[in-house]
Design a protein around this ligand. Structure first.
Ligand code: NDP
Ligand code: GUE
Length: 297
């Protein structure tokens, strides 16, 4: 079997198109322009690339983009003061603090100082609790993007066996919550999981969010399963070049799987599209307006 390729890039373009329509309607009907503030501390080159493409896509969707680039040695107090200003600014509907932060900063404290209503990453403890109890929240962008792709491919996810490899707060855990919300039978695997290959082999849906290049190979995959590869790993491609690979070994997995997301062009573009979607949702909620359909979980 050769897997169907789940085209995250094309799906993300559709989501951004929906976002742009909603933005136009907010402007025309209510004179409101959704605004997203992105805070980057330090000069990590990969983070700079993401922040640039977030800013570009925010503007393309018709929204306001506010970029705050702070020195790597910015103090905790200075960062908290900036977040306080953004929390109070009515033109800012979404705030994203790019992670990881430099080691001298307390990420938990910083994230939890964001107004939960503006926490478009969905990392604030209030949003984590709301998601865990099935209440309306801001949903983390990467898992939300994966859920949209899965719903589009499968229709209903009810009763399917889902295995999430990785238990981070930003991907693995919220992914598991969303799959549970859609009535999957969910297993969360991690570095201490025994017989990982056997666990993965039972899955109808595999979500790999491990950070290990090409770790999941085709012999781990149940024939016909859906493979969602969250991993983004830059590896040496020889001759001084690099290339991006996922946490799944694409060619061997694609031989066995029913469907698979590529890297690049899979989950990555969905993450940014969902960030824009969350910003519009936050803007509607802040203004007491009906929120757009199909852009949240
Ligand atoms: N496409 C996108 O938009 C995004 C992509 N990413 C990518 O997704 C990947 C995961 O990111 P993130 O969740 O932040 O990573 P973390 O490093 O925070 O978490 C990795 C998880 O994988 C588990 N793990 C590590 N090694 C193994 C192993 N050998 N076997 C089983 N489990 C293992 C860890 O287990 P333990 O807890 O036991 O240590 C941990 O729970 C990365 O490649 C990252 O670049 C991340 C965010 C967005
Ligand atoms: N507060 C916070 N929120 C995040 O959501 C967040 C973060 N910090 N820190 C870093 C990770 C990583 N991340 C990605 C977003 C888009 C692509 C993406 O668009 N990738 C393209 C390829 C891009 C390239 O060529 O480098 C693709 O997969 O097709 C990847 C990774 C968001 N993250």
């Amino acid at each position: 079997m050769t897997a169907q390729v789940i085209d995250g890039k094309a799906f993300a373009a559709k989501v951004r198109g929906r976002v742009a329509e909603e933005v136009a309607a907010l402007k025309e009907g209510h004179g409101i322009t959704p605004g997203l503030a992105v805070v980057l501390v330090g000069e990590d080159p990969a983070s700079q690339v993401y922040v640039r493409s977030k800013g570009k896509q925010t503007i393309e969707a018709g929204m306001n983009s506010f970029e705050h680039k702070l020195d790597a040695d910015t103090t905790q107090d200075a960062l908290l003061a900036l977040i306080g200003q953004l929390n109070a600014d009515p033109a800012v509907h979404g705030i994203l603090v790019q992670l990881p932060l430099p080691a001298h900063l307390d990420s938990e404290l910083v994230i939890n100082s964001i107004d939960p209503a503006k926490d478009v990453d969905g990392f604030h403890i209030s949003n984590v609790g709301l998601l865990g109890t099935g209440q309306k929240s801001m949903v983390p962008c990467t898992p939300l993007g994966c859920l949209m792709l899965l719903r589009d491919h499968h229709g209903s996810l009810s009763g399917l066996n889902a295995v999430v490899v990785g238990r981070s707060n930003i991907v693995g855990k919220p992914m598991a919550q969303l799959l549970l919300g859609d009535s999957c039978t969910v297993t969360i695997a991690h570095s201490r999981t025994k017989d990982l290959t056997e666990v993965v082999k039972r899955a109808d849906i595999v979500v790999a969010a491990v950070g290990r290049p090409e770790m999941v190979t085709g012999d781990w995959i149940k024939p016909g399963a859906t493979v969602i590869d969250v991993g983004i790993n830059r590896i040496d491609a020889g001759e001084g070049k690099t290339r991006l690979v996922g946490d799944c070994h694409y060619d061997s997995c694609a031989e066995v799987a029913g469907a698979i997301t590529p890297v690049p062009g899979g989950v990555g573009p969905m993450t940014i599209a969902c960030l824009l979607a969350n910003t519009v949702t936050a803007c509607c909620r802040a203004n007491g307006l009906k929120e757009p359909q199909g852009l949240t979980a």
